[in-house]
Design a protein around this ligand. Structure first.
Ligand SMILES: [Zn+2]
Length: 166
């Protein structure tokens, strides 16, 4: 799905910048090099992503496709599978043990900051924050969200850029 969307810049163009400007101009492509990305049995070493430039404030926006994990070297499906100890398909390469330990340790950490972000955001996400209480782990917050790691991480990033789930 990413490749056809990449051909049409509008499909990835953000609606507006944080400054309020709605004129985001295409600013070319950048490469991401995710580790062990395999699609239909073929390794994909490079993924192009769209970059946009705000005409109002000059900010650049790098828009990641949903399968790429922000700030991590692997795709969300790999991170979720390994961090939550789900079965690995026979064809999938192993992830280094230290990496998996780091991800699991992250999920065991307090979710105090993500919960605060959800509370401030209000609406349905505030209901989620109220369900888990003040001191859940990130794993407990994920379980209460009923969604995927990717969905919760993207939500947090949209609400408060820089707040990471993983
Ligand atoms: Zn702007």
């Amino acid at each position: 799905m990413h490749l056809p969307m990449l051909k049409s810049p509008d499909s990835y163009r953000p609606k507006a910048c944080r400054c309020g400007c709605e004129r985001l101009q295409g600013h070319g492509l950048r490469e991401r090099h995710p580790l062990e990305l395999v699609v239909d049995g073929q390794p994909i070493p490079v993924v192009n992503i769209r970059v946009f430039l705000c005409a109002g404030c000059g900010a650049t926006w790098r828009v990641l496709p949903a399968f790429l994990a922000r700030c991590l070297w692997r795709t969300w499906d790999v991170v979720e599978r390994e961090a939550l100890d789900k079965p690995r398909p026979r064809s999938a390469p192993a992830v280094p043990r230290r990496t998996v330990q780091r991800w699991r340790a992250r999920l065991a950490q307090s979710a105090r900051l993500p919960v605060q972000v959800l509370v401030v955001a209000g609406g349905l996400v505030r209901d989620l924050a109220e369900r888990v209480g003040l001191e859940p782990t990130r794993k407990e917050l994920l379980a209460a969200s009923g969604g995927s790691l990717a969905a919760l991480a993207v939500l947090l990033h949209r609400l408060a850029p820089g707040v990471r789930l993983m």
